[in-house]
Write a protein that binds this ligand. Structure first.
Ligand code: BT5
Length: 253
């Protein structure tokens, strides 16, 4: 591939000692006109969050906690392609910079050996309007949790446990943003968005597994067979395909 040259768009990096949540900060900044490519990073979050108001835990300085602002013209049904882009960029940056190969777990995790290494949380501002701000936050465990009770309780792992040497969070961030920029054009055309989802599907370890999926209203047990064009999980239960838009997945043996 040709050298793409210096990064141009994802260059406004604001690195804080502490924030409540990088996603909250960036959603507020989006509301006051922050441009696409603004990136908020924090050494520590006092109220880092996952989906459904869950907490994202990360002792100070132990993780890469970053949120990236996109401004896109997308139908709400296509928003999953934006988090897919960041998930793929993070996966490729981890492979390229650190030499660790990780898979995606539907809908929003990076995992290795079924243990969670990173989580992605996409949130929007201005949905339904012309100019939608999409903030994609990612928390990557860098030096915590090391093997022990906390890692076991969270079923989590961190990069330094996997690679056995210190990991520079800044370099990892820069590598990830380079890859975000290189893929950004894919969001602008339907083919590009579709190929982001295909690529994500191809690295999603959930696909092909027996799964238990907990939604707000039901529990499904079946085989995950793929992602649909919106990024929803298709689960085959007793020969019938069911589509899950929101839920938590447990990979069964
Ligand atoms: C996620 O939610 O995995 C999305 C996490 C996104 C965090 C980033 S950090 C930067 C940005 N700013 C924010 O405020 N958030 C984003 P979910 O799938 O709901 O998973 C949350 C669950 O993961 C929790 O309920 C815990 O069980 C578990 N968990 C919490 N901290 C963890 C960690 N460091 N490693 C692995 N699992 C963790």
């Amino acid at each position: 591939m040709n050298d793409p040259g210096p990064r141009r768009r994802f260059v406004h990096i604001l690195w804080f000692d502490q924030l409540d949540s990088t996603n909250t900060w960036l959603l507020d900044a989006a509301g006051t006109g922050a441009p696409e490519g603004t990136v908020a990073v924090a050494d520590h979050q006092s109220a880092g969050r996952g989906r459904l108001r869950r907490r994202w835990e990360s002792p100070p300085g132990s993780g890469l906690l970053a949120s990236i602002l996109f401004r896109v013209h997308l139908d709400p049904t296509e928003l999953f392609s934006v988090s897919a882009l960041v998930t793929l960029a993070a996966r490729d940056a981890i492979a390229g910079e650190i030499g660790v190969s990780v898979g995606a777990k539907w809908p929003n995790d990076l995992v290795t050996d079924n243990r969670k290494l990173a989580g992605v949380l996409a949130e929007t501002r201005g949905l339904g309007g012309e100019d939608v701000a999409v903030v994609v936050g990612i928390g990557i465990n860098v030096s915590w949790p090391a093997p022990g009770p906390e890692a076991t309780e969270l079923n989590a792992t961190c990069l330094e446990s996997l690679c056995g040497h210190p990991v520079d969070r800044r370099r990892l961030l820069e590598a990830m943003l380079d890859l975000v920029e290189r893929r950004r054009h894919q969001l602008d055309v339907a083919d590009g968005r579709a190929s982001l989802l295909h690529e994500l599907e191809s690295v999603t370890v959930t696909v092909g597994r027996r799964v238990r999926v907990q939604t707000s209203t039901s529990t499904l047990v079946g085989t995950a067979v793929g992602l649909d064009p919106r990024g929803q999980l298709i689960v085959e239960v007793d020969g019938v395909q069911r589509v899950v838009s929101v839920g938590d997945v447990v990979h069964l043996r």
